[in-house]
Design a protein around this ligand. Sequence first.
Ligand code: SF4
Length: 271
Amino acid sequence: MKKGKLSWNITHMCNRNCRHCQVNSVEHSDKNDHLKWLPMSDAFKVAEKLSSNNIEYVGIAGGEPTLVPYLEALVEYASKQCGIELELVTNGILLTEESVFALAQNLKKVATSLDVDDMSPTAVFGRGLFQVETVKRTINLFKKYGISVEVKTLIPGSVNTNRLEQIVETVAEFGASEIQLRQWFKSEGLEIEFPRGLATTDEQFNGTADSIMQKYPDIKISKFSVEDMIKNYKVISFDAEFYTYGKDKRPIYHGNLLTDNLNLSQFLERI
Ligand code: SF4
């Protein structure tokens, strides 16, 4: 019986350059500079390996997965041939009516992001003001096919609570199925200069998130803390490497799905 769940970052490329992005933290892109994503046949093999390792639910993420030219074929193969339930994590920018029609046949859910600074004239994170419209469009495109869209939002340490409330009200009005409030995670392997005020203490994060959840009891809102991140992090990188996180906030490399005889079942009970 299948029972596992993980994320698969099918590319480390993105069409945005958010300053809080964590993608390069565990993906060893220095030794794979030439590789943006696996050849399609290898990506299909990864899907087969996930299925044979009893992985039943996979979040297809990146980078930006819609940059990968065979995304629709991969999603169809993983769903129909490998029996994996799929979630797509996307910034939504490249989605079209046609691509959504093809993707929606094989997806269970979509997740996208809208952060406080995406709505601020002094935005420093990176997606920009147009992300509000992109999130609205993404929700509407998938709604036609009955696919729910979750919106993730970072709570910075220096959060402007009014703007956070504005985000919650805006995405609820757009029809998001759920809003996930996230604490920003600074991996020890992450070499980026992060915007001042982005890191939150556990106390700050929980205080802000709890007050938002209390203020909007009728909106489905969840929290995702650094502790949750460490506990739940199980990721296949764009070059098929499998990582979890240690309590010291450092990525732990376990092997490559294509070249090593990896047994993922030992990690499944931690999901
Ligand atoms: S859109 Fe997402 S993956 Fe792309 S740079 Fe921003 S945070 Fe990173």
